[in-house]
Every structure is written in C-alpha cells, then in structure tokens.
Design a binder for this molecule. Structure first.
Ligand code: FES
Length: 91
C-alpha cells in the first residue's frame, strides 16, 4: 500500500495518507480536527490549498479556474498521489 506524508500548515502537523482513503479521512484518522461536514464534496468546508504534491479525484469537484490556479482542493474527495504540503490558511 502506498503511503504518503502530508504536511498541514499553518499548524505544521504531519500525517500519513494512503492511496485508499481521502486526505480528509487520513487527517481525521490521525486525530486532526480538520474542518469538514458532508464528506461528499458538497459543502466545501474541507477545502484547503495544496502548496505541493499530487492528488487525484474519483469525481472532480466543482472548482473555478481561479480556485484551481490558487491550488484549492476538496480534501474529502482528494487522494494523495505523492507527499503533500497543504495549507488551511485562506490568504
Ligand atoms: S466535507 Fe463537505 S465538501 Fe468536503
């Protein structure tokens, strides 16, 4: 099973995500209070910005081109495909 290190800023917490779970599920399993609600890609509570790394989606979430350019991802829909650096900072 492929495991990747996910570093979460600004708290600078690192957790492990496999390719068989969402990034959100991996964070919650690690005991991190990651914002979330619906877990099906509808509420956008779990959005954060990807500063580096590769993810994939089973179902592409609705993101504007601007949001994609800024690196916004839906962590409840995203699977880690490499080590990641994510940020919950909104600016
Ligand atoms: S938890 Fe609702 S969109 Fe991810």
């Amino acid at each position: 099973m492929n495991k990747h290190q996910v570093r979460l800023l600004p708290a600078d917490i690192t957790f492990t995500a496999t390719e068989h779970e969402s990034v959100l599920a991996a964070a919650l399993n690690a005991g991190i209070a990651f914002p979330n609600r619906c877990q099906v890609g509808a509420c956008a509570m779990c959005m954060c910005r990807k500063l580096s790394g590769e993810i994939s989606y089973q179902l592409e979430p609705m993101l504007t081109e601007n949001e994609q350019a800024e690196g916004w991802i839906f962590t409840c829909q995203a699977t880690a495909k490499s080590d990641l650096v994510l940020s919950l900072d909104t600016d």
